[in-house]
Write a protein that binds this ligand. Structure first.
Ligand code: FES
Ligand SMILES: [Fe+2]
Length: 444
């Protein structure tokens, strides 16, 4: 007999990501960040990683990245301690050698004439590297190509990548990125600060085409109109703040299905950010900061982030253990949160303070939550489609992936009656000047 799902069950279904879960099946059909390349830079490029509840070992040999199950298929010991050799990783227990591509190459304790090793299969997943991040594909069939996003095609000197740990379910983390209304509150600064691009201060820049600081726009215009436009890669959020009769502030952000966002950072920079489940209760954010204007200062960017999320596990300096740095005096006079200038800490509080998996059946969503409502529906529809054997998810084949460009993420103040165009034109100027960025509006 068919039993209807309770609303609690419907929401739980969105959050679970282990093998065989519905949401896990969706996430596995897309390339996912698995580590920063810097994590394998040391003398022994082997690292234990956890991704979507799976315990894996990532290693580099013959100049390629390999990702395999951590448990040895012989008797289950941990391959993350294995001996790294030219052709693969050798188990410490009985010396079986694995190539990290699913094959066992040797079983040295077996009789010399035995070819039983050819029948031993080991779970392994394809990997590739782009601009500082190693991506893995854990899905069925052959891995699809990566789309030609700005963060993937930009010259290496113009991209900086980093990661950080959050103690919450991946969906909680993702939902803050498709909620444009919160920036007027959570990230409010009572005064406009200097226009530097210090870590965590992306709202301090001016909107393109203006000398109005974003802090001021967000602070003074707290009821935005949010529009959703369906795209080939997910959806675009257009957030309008009508400044006066002539001028509108337009902020364009994106949901890159299923678990990434692309948002503006400053006039010349955008951020692509993935929220990748480690397990049900923790996730990593992986950010690629892309500049259209020339090389980025990776040393400075890294120094600022190392302080807040130091390797090797990139755990945050602030969190529930120190009340996310909360200070009541600061809250009175300087910031809305009382948690410092770093907007990443504000977001971290927003996603961690409800507990690792918030009970969504108790939530009361409003009009400003339109992005979240849209996303939950999209994920549910995709999970159902996969169960029904239909292929309706975004970027489901090479042809649709090859059409993806950009996506455009920008803040712009333009004439109120031209908000549909002004941001596209402004973005095209920086693309044309960059020497590498493509025109996202040209038919592919
Ligand atoms: S447990 Fe790995 S070779 Fe025996
Ligand atoms: Fe935020």
């Amino acid at each position: 007999m068919f039993m209807a799902m309770s609303s609690k069950e419907k929401y739980t279904r969105l959050t679970h990501v282990g093998p065989g879960t519905d949401a896990g099946e969706v996430l596995r059909r897309y390339w996912q960040p698995v580590a920063l390349t810097e994590e394998l830079d040391g003398p022994r490029p082997v690292k234990a990683v956890q991704l979507m509840g799976e315990h894996l070992v990532l290693f580099r040999c013959s100049d390629t990245y390999r990702l395999a199950n951590r448990a040895c298929p012989h008797r289950g010991v941990d391959l993350a301690y294995g001996r790294l050799e030219e052709d693969g990783l050798r188990c410490l227990f009985h010396g079986w050698l694995f190539d990290g591509r699913g094959n066992c190459l040797e079983q040295p304790a077996e009789p010399a004439e035995s070819d039983a090793y050819t029948g031993v299969k080991h779970v392994a997943y394809p990997c590739l590297e782009r601009n500082g991040i190693i991506f893995a594909y854990l899905g069925p069939a052959e891995a699809p190509p990566l789309p030609e996003l700005d963060c993937f095609i930009a010259p290496t000197e113009q991209v900086f990548s980093y990661k950080g740990l959050w103690h919450c379910n991946w969906l909680q983390a993702l939902e803050v990125g498709i909620d444009p209304a919160h920036a007027s509150f959570l990230h409010r600064f009572f005064e406009d600060d200097s226009l530097d691009e210090a870590y965590g201060r992306q709202f301090r820049d001016e909107a393109a085409d203006s000398n109005v600081s974003l802090t001021k726009v967000l602070r003074e215009f707290e009821r935005p109109e949010i529009k959703i436009e369906k795209t080939d890669y997910g959806f675009r959020l257009i957030t309008l703040r009508e400044l006066d009769e002539q001028n509108t502030h337009v902020r364009v952000t994106n949901l890159l299905f299923p678990n990434a966002i692309v948002i503006p950072m400053s006039k010349e920079m955008v951020i692509a950010q993935w929220h990748v489940p480690i397990d049900e209760h923790t996730c990593y954010w992986y950010s690629m900061f892309v500049s259209f204007a020339g090389p980025v200062d990776k040393e400075i960017m890294r120094a600022q982030r190392i302080d807040m999320n130091p390797p090797p596990d990139y755990k945050p300096k602030y969190g529930p253990h120190n009340q996310w740095g909360y200070n009541s005096e600061e809250q009175k006079f300087r910031t809305y949160t009382g948690m410092g200038d770093d907007i990443n800490v504000h977001d971290q509080w927003a996603v961690e303070s409800p507990g690792p998996i918030v009970d969504r059946s108790m939530q009361r969503l409003g009009r400003s939550d339109i992005g979240i409502v849209h996303y939950r529906r999209m994920l549910t529809d995709t999970m159902d489609a996969i169960l029904n054997g239909e292929n309706t998810m975004p970027m489901s084949d090479a042809e649709s992936i090859n059409k993806i460009r950009g996506p455009v993420a920008i803040d712009e103040i333009g004439p109120a009656d031209q908000w549909q165009h002004c941001w596209k034109e402004r973005d095209l100027l920086r693309r044309n000047a960059s020497g590498w960025a493509t025109d996202p509006w040209k038919e592919q």
